[in-house]
Design a protein around this ligand. Structure first.
Ligand SMILES: C[S@@+](CC[C@H](N)C(=O)[O-])C[C@H]1O[C@@H](n2cnc3c(N)ncnc32)[C@H](O)[C@@H]1O
Length: 271
């Protein structure tokens, strides 16, 4: 993938504003290593359209004004993952370390305490950027962080079109994002995550996976996923590694681990 053009108009939502007010902040591609202290702002390229799949398939989970009120409950996100939220969160975080240093990118917000727990592990010199395409989700995360995370910046961006420089992050993490995306968007998301990570850096995916034949959840999940999450079965059919662009696949190393009888996977791609 080529670098993003360095001319994207950026706008900023100030953390102190009650309503979303966008103001121009920069015309450069955002660079994790050379940004100003973020002061819990939300920054964004001027135009970030909501993806069609999010509006058509996931409006009730992420976009509707009531969605955050309903789903932002630790017990509910844990139930949706059949009691595995904490384990899956922690396998992602443990992959980054007990103390996490460097420039970290989380692609897409997560209901529950994923980002707060990540924030607790940040070393004093570490920086965390979080991207989401839905403003309501960024606002929700800002409220969860409660302004108490000065080394965290929130960005209104699309995972398939990140406005960050090549090789600018030590680690990129995607927690249950890929299964929500149509295949062509997913391929771009994987390519963008690999583009922005530094050589030697890691991209960590936690997501659905094809369960073992003996796992009863295999049979429970088919109707649930095919009804509510129509792109999720792709992750039962294909390995995440198959979406690595050809030019990266030659040098990438891939480590995969499965959980809960194979229903979930962690895939770590190291460049
Ligand atoms: C990470 S996924 C699912 C996580 C998990 N199911 C949970 O409990 O929240 C949900 C998030 O992905 C975001 N998202 C979906 N498509 C995106 C895209 N193309 N770019 C950035 N964020 C996206 C949604 O707005 C939502 O906040």
């Amino acid at each position: 993938m080529s670098s993003q053009p360095a001319t994207a108009a950026l706008v900023r939502l100030r953390s102190s504003d009650k309503d979303m007010v966008l103001e121009p902040v920069s015309t450069d591609v955002e660079n994790a290593a050379h940004r100003q202290e973020p002061d819990q702002e939300i920054s964004a390229p001027a135009q970030v359209p909501l993806p069609a799949y999010l509006q058509q398939v996931y409006w009730w989970a992420y976009l509707h004004p009531a969605a955050v009120r309903v789903f932002e409950r630790q017990w509910l996100v844990n139930l949706i993952l059949w009691g595995n939220f904490a384990q899956l969160r922690d396998v992602a975080l443990d992959e980054m370390g007990a103390t996490i240093d460097g420039n970290i990118l989380q692609v897409a917000c997560v209901y529950g305490d994923f980002t707060e727990r990540l924030a607790q592990r940040l070393a004093p010199t570490a920086r965390l950027d979080v991207v989401d395409v839905a403003p309501v989700q960024l606002e929700n995360l800002k409220a969860k962080l409660d302004g108490g995370a000065p080394r965290i910046a929130l960005h209104h961006q699309d995972s398939s079109n990140l406005h960050f420089a090549d090789a600018s992050y030590d680690c990129v993490v995607l927690f249950f994002l890929l299964h929500e995306q149509p295949e062509e968007v997913r391929a771009q998301t994987v390519a963008q995550a690999l583009r922005v990570v530094k050589p030697g850096g890691k991209v960590i995916f936690v997501d659905y996976h094809r369960p073992q034949l003996s796992n009863p959840f295999r049979y429970v999940m088919v109707p649930i996923l095919t009804t509510l999450e129509p792109f999720a079965m792709d992750l039962w059919r294909k390995e995440i590694a198959e979406w690595i662009p050809e030019e990266r696949a030659r040098t990438a190393t891939v480590k995969k681990e499965t959980f809960f009888g194979g229903l979930y996977q962690k895939v770590v791609i190291t460049l």
